[in-house]
Design a binder for this molecule. Sequence first.
Ligand code: AGP
Length: 370
Amino acid sequence: VTAEKGGFEHFMLKEIHEQPKAYRDTMRGRIDESGKKVVLPELKLTPEQIKGISKIQIVACGTAYHAGLVGRHAIESLVRIPVETDVASEYRYRSPIVTKDTLVIVVSQSGETADTLAALREAQSHGAHVLAITNVVGSSIARDADDVIVTLAGPEIAVASTKAYTSQLIAFYLLALYLAEVRGTQTPEEVARIIAAMQALPEQLESMLEKPDAIKAYAEQISKHEHLFFIGRGLDYAVAQEGSLKLKEISYIHSEAYAAGELKHGTLALIEEGIPVIALATQEAVLEKTVSNIKEVSARGADIMAITHEEHVASLLKSVNQAFAIPKTLPLLTPALSVVPLQLLSYYASLARGNDVDKPRNLAKSVTVE
Ligand code: AGP
């Protein structure tokens, strides 16, 4: 069993460490030799169809849904097509407006999630083209979808999804760049700049995985708490939601993720002396606003840990108790790095609490009931 785990104590830790490889494998063959263009030869979707898309809906569950939140941001910012995101168990019951010009993207690691499969069928029944992003080639979702982008993360065994999520992010970035090329919404220079930054991600991630000690120490600290909060804006909020789910799922610590600006509309009442708050502060465009929200919780005595870039550490330390710096990439690509400390945090918190990290209570790896 240890051999299966590649020398790691748990599948989850092994899978966290496999992410640089998963990034490389998911990008391989999908960037042309010049390194300046995305090619997705597997797509049946024609350039004419792509030009005719009026709306995109992204549908998935759990962590795959959280990848979809980042996917929405990537597509809307690069391609300027309106995107809706739905959790699959809600999608069918809100009588979604789906037409032949709607592209529906379903995201599923296993390709067997019942609600996601049902959403796929619902979308197809309205004539929509359904593109699946999945990690399992022969899965039900892969078979039924009109198009498939396979994430090449390799088998994911731990119930807590890590490398599947980050590979889904890579798939979304590639897809958004491809759609942007076809629709001419980004200059070739801009596309090349984003591709170059994507190609640097695996090494940046490797450098992060080399030094887990600060996160491990922080995980031991929070493992003694029963409640905590994640806050962030924009893509930081999307990552906060994933961090919160991961932590709940395996450490059983109750946590909530909030759009930082939303705190004062209710949740701020829960902030009291010593409560841990994890603040994601990586998105330059909203950094000042996030900092003012950090100050709001700091004034109420919260014990704040910030995830940010090196250049902001010194100034943030005026309002936060600790700061963890991640390598710098483009704001759009930052989730592919900023989620990693949160994965490690959940892992070490679960370990500190003596939980079964790979098989958390009450949960199954693949949810095949609705
Ligand atoms: C992730 O850590 C969870 N175990 C869960 O949210 C999972 O992402 C969800 O059940 C969707 O699974 P799928 O990607 O296989 O469809």
